[in-house]
Design a protein around this ligand. Structure first.
Ligand SMILES: [Zn+2]
Length: 378
């Protein structure tokens, strides 16, 4: 009887393993690597060379890979195996993870869940981690937000945003042969998650996504702090997205990134607008440039110059600023940090700490949207 139960359990486990969908992420995408050591840290792996030749890789076994042109020189536990064009490590259990140490540099060592395939191209290793969706999402949430808080409810908010991003961008690197990279270009992914709060948040929101009122998975941009009012996508990126609208956001008003100041020479400030074709001899224009105010709410431009452009040109933390004369300078006093569209992370943390649930936070920042189970969309 016991044996029968064990067989059934094993069958169920292997079924859930094959069901676990995986995403292909290029790791160390920003680094040119000609050598890497991979070590089975937990669980047993199967090794495949050029898809056909197989070896076992027990816990703590290591494999060393060196790119030679478009091939990889391989040694397993210090014994030379040969040269192949492709190496694959396949996990044999539900929980398996391995480490990658690039170029013998222990400081750059990172741990990853699940499988990996390695190719070589022009003396460089291409490392593609095939990782279960939720393992990837937990790792991204930890990479991008750990340190700001340890609030599980907030990690649920971030988990949904990361899951949405993943689904929306599965084809971003299709031409390169994988789904996403591990860099800011896609989502920052610097190794597996190990914080229990983060893993719990991802597990408890398994399969949940954010959709608009036509049941389409939405884009979920986020920024550090809205300054008290978020911006519509059309006012920042010039593209109207019906669910990325401006919302009043008092939750962002009590955070460390709320206020900022910057002083700029009066001459530099006035010349900037002159170069933009504005007649600064006109006294009404001059008054507006020298005492521009957003104290009563966010504006989109200053005498026709988009605030997003001014933010970029002067390296400002946000577009939510007012101007006053300050000796031979102008002083810009601003609120918020980041582009201002979508979710304000500091506002969301405050909401969660006040007891709001993750779906309430999401509905606050994406007002016409809802949290649904992905399977209900099919
Ligand atoms: Zn990318």
């Amino acid at each position: 009887m016991k044996r029968k139960l064990l067989i059934i359990t094993l069958l169920l486990l292997s079924a859930s393993m094959t069901l676990a969908q995986k995403v292909r992420i290029r790791v160390f995408a920003d680094t040119k690597l000609d050598n890497a050591e991979l070590r089975a840290s937990f669980g047993t792996y199967e090794l495949y060379f050029n898809d056909t030749i197989r070896a076992d890789m027990k816990r703590n076994s290591k494999i060393e890979l060196t790119a030679k042109g478009n091939t990889i020189r391989i040694s397993l536990n210090d014994s030379t195996i040969g040269r192949y064009t492709k190496v694959k490590l396949v996990a044999t259990g539900l929980k398996c993870f391995f480490s990658i140490t690039p170029d013998g540099n222990e400081k750059l060592k990172r741990m990853y869940d699940d499988d990996i395939t390695v190719y070589a191209n022009s003396n460089s290793l291409i490392l593609i981690n095939e990782v279960a969706y939720d393992n990837y999402i937990a790792a991204v949430v930890q990479s991008e937000t750990w340190g700001a808080t340890s609030n599980v409810e907030f990690f649920k908010v971030q988990a949904l945003c990361c899951r949405n991003y993943m689904y929306k961008n599965l084809n971003k690197h299709a031409k390169d042969g994988y789904n996403l990279c591990d860099d800011v270009h896609c989502q920052v992914y610097k190794g597996r998650a190990n914080k229990p709060e983060v893993i719990e948040a991802v597990y408890k929101t398994k399969g949940e996504v954010i959709v608009d009122n036509s049941n389409s998975i939405i884009e979920t941009p986020f920024h550090s702090n809205s300054g008290g009012e978020t911006l519509a996508a059309v006012d920042v990126w010039g593209k109207d997205v019906p669910y990325l609208v401006s919302v009043q956001d008092s939750f962002s008003l009590a955070s460390r990134n709320l206020l900022w100041e910057k002083t700029i020479r009066i001459r530099q400030w006035q010349n900037y607008f002159k170069e933009k074709g504005i007649d600064i001899k006109d006294s009404a224009n001059l008054v507006e440039i020298m005492s521009f105010s957003q104290k009563d709410g966010r504006k989109k431009d200053l005498l026709g110059v988009p605030l997003v452009q001014i933010r970029k040109d002067f390296g400002l933390k946000s577009t939510f600023f007012s101007v006053q004369e300050w000796g031979s300078d102008v002083k810009l006093t601003g609120k918020g940090y980041g582009h201002g569209v979508g979710l304000s992370q500091e506002g969301a943390i405050n909401m969660c700490e006040q007891g709001y649930e993750y779906w309430e936070v999401i509905q606050h920042y994406f007002p016409s949207c809802a949290v649904v189970k992905e399977e209900d969309l099919k």
